[in-house]
Design a protein around this ligand. Structure first.
Ligand code: NAD
Length: 322
């Protein structure tokens, strides 16, 4: 059954904004809570003014109160791109720990279903490939990425403790690289970076030798997978991603072809602890949630490039400059 009233933390971010949109379309009243650290009211501007949507500026690491009934809490607040979480390391650790504590407390108080946005980054630089939910991961606890990876691992542990100790109805989704319209051109993730560079004729910067792999999932697919988890009583963790795997060099070449750009490809230093491979095993999502990604990389990239091209034509400085 669809939720009647949902709280989406981080709802003004990239992924959260799609969740707010889909929930409103399904007739759910949505309270979106965000402190705009890496998100923006622009992402949900099209929902504002409608009776089923409310945007509340709120830092999840502080006091959180929501009057009235709530039957679903989707906890998505957290910086997610490496550029963002390296710029905000303490905030990232705080929202993953204190923010998750407060979101779980809200779900417990209201008797709501709670879904944690975890990440494929809990697998670190994986020694098992593809990654199944049973794999424990290979994470450097003091490396630069640990502020994000370990915050999410702590959040998974806290979520599990609330389920076991308080009987809270919790679920954990481990989301793999997701892309689509509304990503910020300068958020530092590979796809918006490649598209921005290709569209403005700058060199496309591939880190290392470009043989490291990622599996990229179009945002509409990811949102459907998360909502399937929200509508179930499954505790997870469950991988949500598209198992089609490609190297960073292939990705850069595809973006260049689809944009019709003549940008050269330039190799730059690879960040510390950057995972060598990444591919989800999604058989659990298929069997427990009946979910599987539908949009292939070429189609998803076409849609994303069209959105960036449109943004570039309206506000060239947003894409070309900082
Ligand atoms: P995003 O940065 O666009 O969105 C995160 C949102 O959380 C932003 O709107 C930000 O302002 C908000 N936020 C951060 N700290 C907050 C705080 N203390 N209080 C209230 N709001 C706060 O990132 P995204 O890509 O939309 O990711 C959303 C969630 O999904 C994150 O939890 C992320 O870890 C998870 N995730 C995303 C991906 C992906 O590929 N996009 C992959 C794995 C996991």
């Amino acid at each position: 059954m669809d939720a009647r009233r949902a709280v989406v933390t981080g709802g003004a971010g990239f992924l959260g904004s799609y969740l707010c949109e889909r929930l409103v379309e399904r007739g759910t009243e949505v309270i979106c809570m965000d402190n705009f650290l890496t998100g923006s009211p622009d992402n949900v501007a099209h929902l504002m003014g409608g009776p089923a949507f409310r945007l509340v500026e709120c830092d999840l690491t502080g006091f959180v109160h929501v009057p009235g009934d709530v039957d679903l809490v989707l906890h998505f607040a957290s910086a997610a791109s490496p550029v963002d979480y390296l710029r905000h390391p303490i905030e990232t650790l705080k929202v993953g720990s204190l923010g998750t504590l407060h979101a779980l407390g809200l779900a417990r108080e209201k008797g709501a279903r709670f879904v944690l946005a975890s990440t494929s980054e809990v697998y670190g630089d994986p020694l098992e490939h593809p990654q199944k939910e049973s794999y424990w991961g290979n994470v450097n606890p003091v490396g630069p990425r640990s502020v994000y990876d370990e915050a999410k691992r702590f959040a998974e542990s806290l979520t599990t403790a609330y389920r076991n100790s308080h009987g809270t109805d919790t679920g954990i989704v481990r989301i793999f690289n997701t892309y689509g319209p509304r990503m910020r051109p300068h958020d530092g993730r590979a796809i918006p970076t490649f598209i921005r560079q290709a569209l403005s004729g700058e060199p496309i910067t591939v880190t290392g030798d470009g043989t490291q792999t990622r599996s990229i999932c179009y945002v509409a697919d990811t949102a459907e997978g998360i909502l399937a988890m929200a509508g179930s009583d499954f505790e997870g963790p469950v991988n949500i991603g598209n198992p089609a795997e490609l190297t960073m060099l292939e990705l850069a070449g595809t973006v260049r072809d689809l944009t019709g750009s003549s940008s050269p490809i330039e190799f730059i230093d690879r960040p510390a602890d950057d995972p060598a491979v990444r591919r989800p095993d999604t058989s659990l999502a298929a069997s427990r949630l009946g979910w599987k990604a539908q949009v292939d990389a070429e189609e998803g990239l076409r849609r994303t490039i069209a959105w960036f091209a449109d943004k570039l034509s309206q506000t060239p400085q947003a894409v070309a400059g900082r």
